[in-house]
Design a protein around this ligand. Structure first.
Ligand code: ADP
Ligand code: GLC
Length: 471
């Protein structure tokens, strides 16, 4: 099958979170399974763009209401990523350093989606499936079915994967003329609560909808930022498929980002060497259990409870633990975390910003990874932590519920708690400290158990392939 993934992110070209990781890995494993998977994404001005050679694949023009733009599709001529990567350049709209966060994001991503379809429309053949990811690509299934210009594509199956339903890409009806002329009887498919809602449009118009874990799909029927009724209504075409991890990138035995590589056989020594290095770098004691947080400092991740919870942990469990935070996001949370770190210089440190290499070293060197998330569609951090023998401390929600078993249950290897509150997180940290101080053998066994769990994409890729085949 020929599969076209359409996405706003793809590692290593551009990543702001797990979406980038997934779109950078799934096509590689689909290609390894003898299919032809390609990714098309915007050509942002990232480091990866400048470090690599590209060749022009196609050019075209698109009108969007009163706006007119030219686009160029370029291609990585090598096969180094394990799949074909295409970038869409639209000068004036997509040529920015950041992925999101601009006032004209609506125009940027609408133009991107139209250009992608205009490009596919030029091909001599049709792909077997177009697989869209999140709201930035949610208008694609609608336009393929109902825009006259893309009639040729109306029989091509579409899959829409929801990595995050919090963001929906809302746009006013005054922008409906951006989309190439469409069958006006179908306007209801674009609409939700008085606005054009690209996420809702994707759910309604795609042939099949997937979420990145089973529990998240169930939760969406009760909490989906306004779309609960839609998820209930469309449940027949929705299915949960758990994410995998890319073992070529996330494997402590081969990870060149980390200070000392290690495997299951050498985990104790290997983690110690990595922890010592990390503690030296961040001025932390080497002999205490090290708790870390890696991620976007936003409400979904419950980052707002961290300053209070971590400050209290360092007070109540004085000289019994140390803490390292890597992340960026909400400015108030960044400031508060830095204040707590400044008040506890020898036991806590923060790196405010994004640092891919450091994240690997932290998964390798930490003892416990904190994820108090309010919403977690799948979560990759806990899967990476497990592959590196780091105990995940997670709230009972979404993909965290589906992938972490509490150490209190037979054969469990993680710590789970119910509420995204400082009190619950503190109690969970207490269980971690007790484990580290008093149950070294159990900790060692838990590491062995989690490191042997196979979360590789090889397992889940077939679920997608079977779904495409059925379509
Ligand atoms: P989300 O996509 O909601 O942010 P995931 O758990 O799916 O959450 O994926 C987060 C990804 O982003 C992981 O690869 C994680 O290591 C990475 N990440 C998040 N914040 C940072 C950061 N500040 N520096 C480096 N990597 C980060
Ligand atoms: C989203 C979710 C995260 C998930 C990732 C990849 O960003 O917040 O839970 O792991 O997408 O699917």
């Amino acid at each position: 099958m020929e599969i076209v993934h359409v996405s706003a992110e793809c590692y290593p070209m551009a990543k702001s979170g797990g979406l980038g990781d997934v779109v950078g890995a799934l096509p590689k494993y689909q290609t390894q399974a003898k299919h032809y998977a390609k990714v098309v994404m915007p050509m942002y001005r990232t480091k990866y763009l400048y470090q690599n050679q590209w060749q022009v694949d196609a050019k075209g023009t698109v009108t969007m209401g009163e706006l007119f733009f030219e686009y160029t599709v370029i291609k990585d001529p090598t096969v180094k990523l394990g799949f074909d990567l295409y970038l869409v350049d639209i000068p004036g709209l997509l040529d920015r350093e950041q992925i999101y966060g601009y006032d004209d994001d609506t125009e940027r991503f609408t133009a991107f989606q139209i250009a992608v379809l205009d490009w596919i429309n030029q091909w001599q053949h049709l792909p077997d499936v177009v697989h869209c990811h999140d709201h930035h690509t949610g208008l694609v299934p609608f336009m393929m079915k109902h825009s006259y210009a893309f009639q040729k594509l109306s029989k091509v199956p579409t899959v829409f994967t929801i990595h995050n339903a919090q963001y929906q890409g809302w746009m006013g009806w005054n922008k409906s003329n951006y989309l190439p002329a469409w069958d006006s009887w179908k306007g209801g498919l674009l609409e939700w609560a008085g606005t054009i809602n690209p996420l809702a449009a994707g759910i309604k118009a795609a042939w099949k909808v997937t979420t990145v874990s089973w529990s998240y799909l169930e939760e969406l029927r009760n909490a989906a930022n306004g779309l609960e009724a839609l998820f209930e209504y469309e449940k027949g075409k929705c299915v949960g498929i758990l994410n995998g991890i890319d073992a070529d990138v996330w494997n402590p035995a081969e990870d060149s980002f980390i200070h000392q590589k290690y495997s299951l056989a050498t985990v104790k020594k290997g983690k110690k060497a990595n922890k010592d290095k990390l503690c030296e770098q961040f001025g932390l004691p080497k002999n205490l259990p090290l708790f870390v947080f890696i991620g976007r400092l936003v409400g979904e991740k419950a980052a707002d409870i961290l300053p209070d919870a971590l400050g209290r942990a360092l007070y109540y469990y004085k000289n019994q633990c140390s803490i390292l935070v890597l992340g960026s996001g909400d400015k108030q949370v960044e400031l508060e975390l830095q204040q707590v770190a400044a008040a506890n210089t020898n036991h806590m440190n923060c790196y405010i910003g994004y640092n891919e290499a450091l994240s690997h070293q932290i998964y390798a060197g930490a003892d416990f990874l904190l994820m108090p998330s309010r919403v977690e569609p799948c979560g990759l951090n806990q899967l990476y932590a497990m592959a590196y023998g780091t105990v995940p401390v997670v709230r009972n929600t979404g993909g965290l519920r589906d992938t972490v078993k509490d150490m209190g249950d037979a054969g469990g290897w993680g710590i789970r708690f119910n509420n995204a509150t400082a009190d619950d997180l503190l109690h969970a940290m207490y269980r971690g400290i007790d484990l580290y101080q008093n149950h070294a053998t159990q900790l060692q066994n838990m590491r062995a158990t989690m490191m042997q769990i196979n979360h590789s994409w090889e397992n889940c890729v077939n679920e997608y392939l079977t779904m495409y085949e059925n379509l």
